[in-house]
Unconditional design. Structure first.
Length: 106
């Protein structure tokens, strides 16, 4: 029981740092893309994704400073950044690998 109590803050700290790193990666990628690429890929606007990933970065900063205090927001920020990286980034990259299958978009 004591080991769990000792590991809990460390796990929250790791989760906060992981959220911060992933959110910074997503935010920096969204900054580099042109606004037309988002519209061409039929995703939301660049401003929307900058707001989502920027907010996720801010939550990552606060959650790494105060481990465990913002757990629901930390998880939501992690999900938002991962959605950008897994769905939006491949679509706006322009390589054609987005959400297209061998027979076109699905």
């Amino acid at each position: 029981m004591i080991a769990v109590l000792l590991l809990e803050p460390i796990l929250y700290q790791v989760l906060g740092l992981a959220t911060l790193i992933i959110a910074l990666w997503a935010f920096s990628d969204a900054l580099r893309r042109k606004p037309q690429m988002f519209e061409a890929a039929d995703k939301r606007t660049k401003g929307f994704w900058l707001g989502m990933t920027g907010g996720a970065t801010a939550v990552g900063i606060f959650s790494s400073l105060t481990p465990g205090a913002l757990l629901p927001f930390t998880l939501a920020a992690l999900v938002a950044a991962c959605v950008y990286l897994a769905d939006v980034k491949p679509s706006v990259r322009g390589s054609g690998r987005g959400n297209s299958g061998p027979y076109g978009r699905w």
